[in-house]
Design a protein around this ligand. Structure first.
Ligand code: SAM
Length: 257
């Protein structure tokens, strides 16, 4: 990790977000003298967000280093669409929406609980010229998945899903996708923050065998589809804060009959 690229601390007076910094980010970006060069340029918009996080206040974005790992996955797997849970100010939606478009994909669905963060993200996505690719849905992961499914926007099996929202909801939201038939052979699941702060229930579910998942499901109120066979691996990388973290990359490789 290049130490000169480390973000300022996320924590300011005990807060990690929602202290005005997200609106300040928007104002700072639109008052840049080079704003016209940012229009339609995802990489320059990402750089502008990084500049703010390095010089004004830290932001809870995935950042360049972990982001590059996911971008490479998108380039390799070439998903036609991606579902993201947890959009914040749109950094990952811009980075991965751009990678998706370059790989020939069509739609990046970003679900974000906070209407304010979603509004900031929508403005930055539009600035980056990705309005046709990135669709932002306001709601919790569970609400967003269900609404997108009911409306037909998530019609068939997911090609890729990115979990970066409320850590205890990763497992229940994945199980909802499984129950709805949105996960099947070929689906790739990417989960952030597997070290910082870590997510043992999610790691247990995606690393378990079918027999182990059948047992886990018996004792859980939230049912998934234990018959889905997963190959899962952890990739260590770096937070933009300079701390070590890991992504869990899980591929669905089959369904036990
Ligand atoms: C770590 S940030 C996401 C960062 C973003 N993916 C990026 O890298 O640019 C987590 C986001 O999840 C949102 N969030 C929290 N609980 C949620 C939930 N249950 N469903 C959807 N979003 C949620 C928060 O408002 C916050 O914006």
């Amino acid at each position: 990790m290049d130490r000169s690229k480390v973000y300022l601390s996320w924590e300011v007076d005990g807060k990690f977000h929602s202290d005005g910094r997200e609106v300040a980010l928007l104002e700072s970006i639109y008052s840049r003298p080079d704003i016209d060069q940012l229009r339609g340029n995802p990489q320059k918009v990402l750089q502008a967000i990084d500049d703010f996080a390095r010089s004004v206040t830290g932001l809870i974005n995935i950042g360049e280093t972990k982001g590059a790992v996911v971008t490479k996955l998108i380039t390799d797997y070439k998903p036609d669409s991606i579902l993201e849970l947890g959009g914040y100010v749109g950094y990952s939606a811009i980075m991965f929406g751009d990678a998706l478009r370059k790989a020939g994909g069509k739609q990046y669905h970003s679900v974000e609980k906070s209407p304010l963060f979603a509004a900031v993200a929508a403005s930055l996505v539009d600035l980056a010229g990705l309005r046709d690719v990135v669709r932002i849905t306001v709601g919790t992961g569970a609400e967003g998945i269900q609404r997108l499914y009911d409306s037909g926007a998530l019609k068939s099996q997911l090609a890729m899903a990115f979990f970066d929202h409320h850590k205890p909801s990763y497992t229940s939201d994945l199980k909802r996708c499984e129950r709805l038939g949105l996960v099947g052979p070929g689906t790739v699941l990417v989960a952030d923050n597997m070290i910082l702060p870590g997510n043992p229930p999610y790691a247990e579910w995606v690393r378990a065998s079918v027999a182990e998942k059948q047992e886990l499901d018996k004792n859980s109120e939230e049912k998934g589809n234990p018959n889905l066979q997963y190959n899962s691996r952890s990739i260590k990388s770096w937070e933009p804060s300079g701390n070590e973290d890991a992504l869990e990359i899980t591929e669905c490789v089959g369904v036990k009959a």
